[in-house]
Ligand binder design. Structure first.
Ligand SMILES: *Cc1c(COP(=O)(O)O)cnc(C)c1O
Length: 448
């Protein structure tokens, strides 16, 4: 199975807006002057489909690695009739790629977060600062540890606002979960400065930006501990799966023990040079060899995925940057994005909604921000529902006092309401990028 840059497969074939106009003998002026006419005609244009990224790169490498696991009869990473090494090789390759010392493969990004929070020694009485807009797992991992989640707003980077992070710190704050959301890095320099000054640990959640970087360092390797997800929506994927990285042997040992019923096997004892902790009650989040096989084959393709996405995202950004007054997403390190989508901001929600519907009419994959949850306004969060009514998170004096809801995240709600997301596909052709540029230029002029 192979994929070419030019979209020759059926569902990728389409005619560009220029081609469409040429075929129908229309001029750009005709479109500019008659949007209703355009709307009718554009029903003929197939929707652009960016697709899930990872499966577009599946090939013989994944196939052969999976067959090796089948043929060896050793799907369990720690022993079997053969000599299982897929998960271990993937861990070694990940630590190397991310520029960190240790990596651990687990069953999901959520499991990796549970291990990371355990690794940091977080528990009842502690507070952890979490962005108000992110995936559920960044909230649930804190609650599962019996600690209290405290929300900080996001800013125009769509990631946590470093100033609001600083404002939310109390004497009980143990960590910030710095989530590199929607394919872009957090502004790590001010975050690290505050964290160092106040003695707060940084857990980087790079689930939505696997392979991204900040000032030359790979995301996940910058803070005290980092996590990745390999679920279908993420960059490299085995359907489900996750990993944790750290350069701290004690954080790593605690995370490893948590993922494997509290034990520490030789492979990890070798990696961290002995053991520093005793056994405690853990979970089973062990990665299977099948998962390790697919991820081991995917990792060497990650740079290509990112390069192709970045090229297409760059072409679209370049094509619309001259639009008068256009406000693009703030990018703390423009070199570090993974090119998953492009983002721009409109004056208010009404304009934003109109822009989205006009772009959709033209077959452009456009939406509000996607893939995460406005956590503080969700009912189960407002009502502080944990797995048991006596769960420690919300039964401390601080847990009883804290109020979630819209007033706890006004800036996040405003940012969310103003942004437009246009997905980028790694296999888009130049003509597809042009079609997106032309449509955004047209719609932006129409609505502003
Ligand atoms: C997907 C995701 C996770 C959880 O990953 P799973 O593998 O689905 O458990 C955690 N954090 C963020 C930001 C995510 O997008």
């Amino acid at each position: 199975m192979s994929y070419k840059k030019e979209g020759e497969t059926g569902h990728h074939r389409f005619i560009s807006r220029r081609g469409f106009m040429a075929q129908s003998g229309l001029t750009a002026a005709a479109f500019g002057l008659a949007p209703p006419f355009w709307r009718e005609s554009s029903a003929d244009l197939p929707e652009l489909k960016p697709g899930f990224v990872a499966p577009q790169y599946y090939g013989s490498e994944e196939e052969n690695a999976l067959l090796e696991v089948l043929e060896s009869g050793s799907p369990f990473r720690y022993y079997g009739p053969g000599t299982p090494d897929k998960v271990k090789s993937f861990e070694d390759a990940s630590a190397n790629y991310m520029g960190t010392l240790y990596a651990l493969g687990v069953t999901s990004g959520t499991a990796a977060l549970d291990c990371a929070i355990t690794g940091l020694g977080i528990g009842p009485g502690d507070e952890v600062i979490v962005p108000a807009y992110t995936w559920w797992s960044d909230y649930t991992c804190v609650v599962q540890a019996g600690a209290l989640p405290v929300f900080a707003d996001i800013d125009r980077s769509l990631c946590v606002d470093p100033e609001d992070f600083a404002r939310k710190i109390t004497s009980r704050t143990k960590a910030l979960i710095a989530v590199h959301l929607l394919g872009g890095p957090c502004d790590m320099d001010p975050i690290l400065e505050t964290a160092r000054k106040r003695g707060i640990k940084i857990l980087e959640d790079a689930a939505q930006c696997v392979g991204g970087s900040y000032h030359g360092r790979k995301l996940g390797s910058i803070g005290d501990v980092g996590i990745y997800s390999f679920q279908l929506h993420k960059m490299i994927s085995s359907g489900a799966g996750g990993a944790l990285v750290s350069r701290d042997p004690e954080i790593f040992e605690r995370a490893v023990r948590f993922h494997d019923m509290g034990g520490l096997r030789d492979v990890f004892r070798d990696r961290i040079g002995g053991e520093h902790l005793s056994r405690f009650a853990g979970e089973n989040f062990r990665m299977s060899e099948f998962t390790g096989a697919v991820l081991g084959a995917q990792l060497p393709k990650l740079d290509t995925m990112i390069r192709e996405l970045r090229e297409n995202a760059g072409a679209v950004r370049e094509g619309i940057k001259g639009l008068p007054g256009i406000r693009m997403r703030k990018r703390p390190d423009p070199e570090g994005d993974n090119g998953y989508a492009i983002y721009f901001e409109l004056g208010n929600k009404q304009l934003r909604d109109r822009c989205i519907s006009e772009l959709r009419t033209r077959g452009i994959p456009t939406s509000t921000l996607t893939g995460s949850i406005l956590l503080p306004i969700r009912e189960s969060v407002i009502n502080k529902q944990a797995r048991h009514p006596s769960w420690p998170s919300f039964n401390s004096p601080e847990g009883k006092a804290i109020r979630y809801g819209p007033d706890s995240c006004r800036q996040t709600l405003e940012v969310f309401d103003r942004f437009v997301q246009v997905r980028i596909g790694p296999k888009y052709t130049e003509a597809m990028n042009d079609r997106i540029v032309d449509s955004i230029r047209e719609v932006y002029t129409l609505v502003t």
